[in-house]
Design a protein around this ligand. Structure first.
Ligand code: FE2
Length: 440
């Protein structure tokens, strides 16, 4: 909680909910987004001011935290070469991760799992994916990105809409993946009044894409953004509840690790979206990657989402503007509006094929630019998304996509693999795969 980081003011839930104006909410995207933006911003301002504090004061609490953490991250980088926590898979599987390591992961919201998979296994998966794409002449047929989702951050990432290779499915339904996902899920505060909000040891199988970047690539990377949502983060009732302490002046009570109000509801529809509740987004490395070769960066501050949600409420942003957000495109984190967050960007250390990389589902992230890249930069995206009502709903649609070989419903309707004879078949699911699709 923010109050744990040197801020004295505390406020109870009951105090914070007294006599504060309700927020309007929109279960579906408002037909007039401009008017809705004006309305919700005015309502949140009024709600915060009813607490006796100004929006500037509440934002200042978060800005101070970001500034302090940024200093901490830079110190960690100087001391150890990276701001990222690193945990060996063997410790994680044996349950011997130290309390210190746990608390650093909580503070940074990200980690590298060393040796998640065997190095040779990961390199073999990389070759298998290439064979799978080549045998089906993917690069002759590829029509380019299926949407303009990353237009808001002026990027065209080298991400390919391949979902159903054996390599990807083997990783998704492996015991080693289940162990890591369970560890990550357990970092969230999951219970309320004795009721579990999600099952930490069971995940939904979430089919996502691959990134392949060849040697010699010169790329502008991928601009800083978040995946958690866009306008819906302010406008949908469930998110208003999840971020209630951000929106009602009790910012010190905001806990980015609380699963309350995260496990039902959904995002506003878009051609690229995240229907599921992800405790962590992640990828598994399929090639060795040096830290200076255009790799992933995060703003390793889980509370950064509060900064992003409060920033448009300040007086220098027009009443109908959410700091440059565009409907249907990714949530941009920009120099113009969020410069202190970009100052905190911290890149991953050197990675070997088979390591995995994880970051809190709300956290800003980017891919750094690179010139004449040394080595390949190949990954497959596999998140941690624990079993809960929201994710169970998506499991049914993921299973339907597996059966037909279609692109999953969270992604553009590109459907390259439907007639590929060597894609993964449902009868090849093991126990973990079946469980994660709701079949066992
Ligand atoms: Fe992203």
């Amino acid at each position: 909680m923010l109050g744990h980081n040197g801020v004295d003011k505390t406020m109870t839930d009951s105090q914070s909910s007294l006599d504060v104006p309700d927020l309007p909410s929109w279960a579906h995207p408002p037909s007039d987004m401009t008017a809705a933006t004006r309305d919700i911003k005015a309502a949140i301002r009024a709600r915060i001011e009813a607490s006796g504090r100004s929006v500037e004061e509440v934002f200042g609490v978060v800005a101070d935290l970001v500034s302090g953490r940024t200093d901490e991250i830079r110190s960690a980088e100087q001391a150890s070469g990276t701001g990222w926590p690193v945990i060996d898979y063997s410790d994680l599987a044996a349950g011997t991760v130290s309390a210190d390591s746990d608390s650093v992961v909580h503070r940074r919201g990200c980690l590298v799992v060393r040796g998640h998979f065997d190095h040779e296994q990961a390199l073999s998966w990389d070759r298998q994916i290439v064979d799978y794409m080549d045998s089906n002449r993917f690069f002759e047929k590829y029509r380019g990105p299926g949407d303009d989702f990353f237009g808001a951050v002026d990027s065209k990432p080298e991400i390919y809409p391949i979902y159903w290779s054996h390599a990807q499915m083997q990783a998704r339904q492996s015991e080693r993946m289940a162990h890591v996902q369970a560890f990550l899920n357990s970092l969230w505060r999951n219970t309320s009044s004795g009721t579990e909000r999600f099952e930490p040891h069971r995940n939904v199988l979430y089919p996502d894409r691959i990134r392949r970047r060849p040697e010699g690539t010169t790329s502008t990377g991928l601009g800083t953004h978040i995946d958690a949502g866009t306008f819906d983060l302010w406008m949908k009732a469930e998110y208003q509840q999840a971020f209630r302490h951000v929106f009602d002046g009790s910012i010190e009570q905001f806990d980015p690790w609380s699963a309350a109000h995260r496990t039902s509801g959904s995002q506003y529809p878009s051609t690229t979206m995240t229907s599921v509740f992800r405790t962590f987004q992640g990828w598994t490395a399929l090639s060795d990657m040096a830290h200076d070769q255009g790799v992933l960066q995060t703003v390793p501050i889980p509370e950064a989402i509060a900064y992003l949600l409060l920033r448009p409420l300040l007086s220098d942003v027009a009443d109908d503007d959410m700091c440059g957000m565009i409907a249907g495109q990714v949530f941009p984190v920009t120099e113009r509006w969020h410069a202190p967050l970009l100052d905190a960007l911290s890149g991953i250390p050197d990675i070997r094929a088979g390591d995995s990389v994880w970051w809190h589902g709300d956290m800003p992230h980017a891919v750094a630019p690179v010139t004449d890249q040394r080595g390949w930069g190949n990954v497959m995206y596999v998140p941690a998304a624990p079993w809960c009502p929201r994710n169970q709903t998506y499991a049914a649609s993921a299973l339907a996509a597996l059966n037909s070989g279609a692109s999953p419903s969270d992604f553009p309707d590109e459907n390259y693999e439907q007639d590929w004879p060597n894609r993964f078949q449902p009868h090849e699911l093991n126990h973990y795969g079946r469980q994660s699709l709701g079949l066992d």
